[in-house]
Design a binder for this molecule. Sequence first.
Ligand SMILES: Nc1ncnc2c1ncn2[C@@H]1O[C@H](COP(=O)(O)OP(=O)(O)O)[C@@H](O)[C@H]1O
Ligand SMILES: [Mg+2]
Length: 260
Amino acid sequence: MSPLMTVERATKHYKTQTGSVHALENLNLEIEKGEFICILGPSGCGKSTLLWAMSGLHELTSGQVVLNGTPVTSPRPEIGMIFQEANLLPWRNLEQNILFPFEIKKIDPAPAQPRIKRLLEEVGLAGFENKFPRELSGGMQQRASIVRCLSYDPEVILMDEPFGALDAFTRDEMNLLIQRLWMETGKTIIFVTHNVSEAIFLADRVVVLTPRPGRLAHIFPVDLPRPRTIEMTFEPDFIRSVIEIKRTIETGVYTPQAAD
Ligand SMILES: Nc1ncnc2c1ncn2[C@@H]1O[C@H](COP(=O)(O)OP(=O)(O)O)[C@@H](O)[C@H]1O
Ligand SMILES: [Mg+2]
């Protein structure tokens, strides 16, 4: 079976007033349908650059991203994106925010209404439809942005440090929620984070990039059973993986750890 999405020799140079920034170098990646991929790497190594290229919103300097056999050159309805900020419009209530993409794209939201209702229940926001963003906590706002993204049923969801601004407890809750939604919907998720535990907790495979320009350092398969629990993150095996991956991020190379 061919992969759902491929990144092929992705290279990116940004032109700036002070010269060129080499953000990505010859990166290759194959993603299977239904996979949960986490991308880790030092700050500024090109993670967001990679994700934006996958979304079709930003161009690569060379190389390409292919989804379902077709190069991604502009935003596609099969691809949804979630950012670190929930980006809710402050003058619209929660329901109006969720319906905003439908207005922009001039799509009739009626067929999506049952899905939206289900999603709101699923993420614990049923009954909050008329609340404004300022009346919602950070975690609730991020839940709303997840509903907004899933409301039009994209096949691939790109997430750029979506829980990076949340406190540790809310982050744990959100990780459990996103795991459940992923298990129930069979979506393909590509999730950028700088939190190693979060990456191992969520991923089928953890992709580690080198310092800028981002190249592939190593791919770590994670074979922990699902559904995973927060307790698992305190187990010795889990912590060994954290140390191994942290070392790879720091050095940019993978050196297998001797078993002790
Ligand atoms: N629009 C841009 N113009 C110039 N340089 C950029 C732009 N976006 C990102 N960069 C630079 O490219 C490098 C990679 O950025 P980014 O992909 O945001 O990294 P990460 O998400 O891994 O922290 C950084 O050095 C950053 O400063
Ligand atoms: Mg980033």
